[in-house]
Design a protein around this ligand. Structure first.
Ligand code: KIV
Ligand code: ZN
Length: 524
């Protein structure tokens, strides 16, 4: 516990708070990579390691070097490149594993060998086929073997939470005496509950005579959804280090999520009387990076980093947040590198709609806002989310601007024929500058046929991108069509349109795009 005033990126660091510092050991690149369906390239791992360094984690577990040549190479690259945090490699209690681990991490500025050996009756009997005495012997021998290479050795009694307490105390004492500088207590199968796991840590603190010669770490899996709660209970009972992963990825249901552990400590530090050295404004960017690198999508309602974590839907909540963010936000989203979002939908009131449109640079009268709010409610009543583009269209409609263009083309009727044995054909009846026109076009598909009908009357209409999204679920979901057009000055502009019918949503978007092109052609 130091007193130095230290700041990183404007954040007061742990030392200045005079609180016990909890070390954050990130195992995204090792246990995280063991998530089913998750693989990372060497480049991904290096990028993530650099971000973890910026996040200021204390330890990066870079991989399991003996597992594969790729793992070995990734651990050595991380060890060479990353200078801030300790770089750990994992090894079983064998000479080959520890040799490979040391070889991979030896160039790190601060290397750590992390060895593990199972200590629960079920693992010892059926997996290791060793007696408790043999397990203690190996644990001590290989701790010494690792300590000959490296001053920083971590020992994990695997499946510690299902290990008999007296046996756990004995092995912890003996590995510390053999040179372990950190002893990590894993809830390997995510079986513990917080009060029980807290008691395990307290038991070790109270019953291991040399416990103060090593740091006590915890490593909780999330099989019962309790990994973060168990880690916090361990901290309350004296744990010094928490092992966790970005987005909580890891074996089976994953590990304790770094962002949740860190923000629980940050938000409740007065209650817990501990802090971390994490620079929180990197949390959201690294969560995105890990999600895209691994292909593991973050669930929308995931705490801290999910899409909905700072999204306010209820009108009362939106008004509350606008009046004072702390009314409904227990932490400032900007602190972790994101911002709060007012979800515009049927629950939104004038305050939220006005605030969102203000951000979009609209200056609106109260009368405009009342009309736009009515439009939003009517639109959203069909379970639709109103996004910025919808809001823009509504605001333009109400203020009679429609993006500065007048409606030269107005759709009257559309008929589309398609099937497996016919060329998709669209017949569009519309009025253009007051004159009625009927165009029939064919295309690769029905949407292409509609597009061609508009292109035949506005030949300079260039479609740069076309996307259809489903708003809602099921075959009756609303279609949202987003089209990027290029105008005559080669500038891109976007049009969005929603309809229960995908073809009508497309036709309306093409008509709006055509009108915009016509008005830019006329210099409007
Ligand atoms: O879950 C576990 O027990 C582990 C150990 C290797 C620490 O990942
Ligand atoms: Zn694990």
């Amino acid at each position: 516990m130091g007193k130095a005033q230290s700041m990183i990126n404007g954040f007061i660091m742990c030392e200045a708070l005079e609180m016990r510092k909890i070390k954050i050991f990130d195992t995204t690149l090792r246990d995280g990579e063991q998530s089913p369906g998750c693989t990372m390239t060497m480049e991904d791992k290096l990028k993530i390691a650099k971000k973890l360094e910026a996040l200021n984690v204390d330890v990066i577990e870079a991989g399991f070097p003996i597992a594969s040549p790729g793992d070995f190479q990734a651990v050595s690259e991380v060890a060479k490149e990353i200078k801030g945090p300790v770089i750990a490699g994992l090894a079983r209690c064998t000479k080959e594993d520890i040799d490979a681990c040391w070889k991979a991490i030896q160039h790190a500025k601060n290397p750590r060998i992390h060895i593990f050996l199972a200590t629960s009756p079920i693992h010892m009997q059926y997996k290791l086929k060793k007696t408790p005495g043999e397990v203690i012997e190996d644990a001590v021998a290989f701790t010494k073997y690792a300590a000959n290479y490296c001053r920083d050795v971590e020992f994990s009694p695997e499946d510690a939470s299902r290990t008999k307490p007296e046996f756990l105390y004995e092995i912890v004492e003996k590995v510390i005496a053999a040179g372990a500088t950190t002893v990590n207590i894993p809830d390997t199968v995510g079986y513990s509950i917080p009060s029980e796991f807290g008691r395990i840590i307290k038991g070790i603190k109270d019953n291991v005579p040399n416990v103060n010669n090593a740091a006590i770490s915890v490593h909780c899996h999330n099989d019962l959804g309790l990994a973060v709660a168990n880690s916090i209970a361990a901290i309350e009972n004296g744990a010094d280090q928490v092992e966790c992963t970005i987005n909580g990825i890891g074996e089976r249901a994953g590990n304790a999520s770094l962002e949740e552990v860190v923000m629980a400590i940050e938000t409740r530090k007065k209650h817990l009387d501990v802090c971390t050295g994490i620079v929180p404004n990197h949390i959201y960017p690294i969560s995105r990076l890990v999600s895209t690198s691994t292909g593991m999508i973050v669930q929308r309602n995931k705490a801290i980093v999910g899409d909905n974590a700072f999204a306010h839907e209820a009108g009362i909540h939106q008004h509350g947040v606008l009046s004072h963010p702390l009314a409904y936000e227990i932490m400032n989203p900007e602190k972790i590198g994101r911002e709060s979002v007012l979800v515009i939908g049927k629950h939104s009131g004038k305050h939220a709609i006005g605030a969102t449109l203000k951000k979009m640079c609209y200056e609106l009268t109260d009368e405009h806002l009342t009309k736009i709010t009515e439009l939003v409610k009517a639109h959203a009543d069909k379970r639709k989310i109103v996004d910025e583009e919808d809001l823009r269209i509504m605001a333009n409609h109400v203020t009679h601007k429609e993006n500065g263009s007048s409606e030269t083309i107005k759709i009257d009727k559309i008929t589309v024929l398609t099937g497996n044995n016919i060329t998709p054909t669209a017949t569009v009846k519309f009025s253009m500058e007051g004159k009625e026109k009927i165009i029939t076009s064919i295309g690769n598909g029905p949407i292409d046929a509609i597009a061609n009908a508009f292109v035949s009357v506005v030949p300079d209409m260039k479609i740069a991108d076309f996307e259809v999204r489903s708003v809602g679920t099921g075959s009756n979901a609303t279609a949202q069509v987003l089209i990027k057009f290029m105008d005559n000055n080669k500038k891109l502009f976007s049009i969005a349109s929603c309809n229960d019918d995908t073809l009508m949503a497309s036709a309306n978007a093409f008509a709006k795009g055509a009108n915009r092109i016509l008005s830019s052609r006329n210099g409007v």
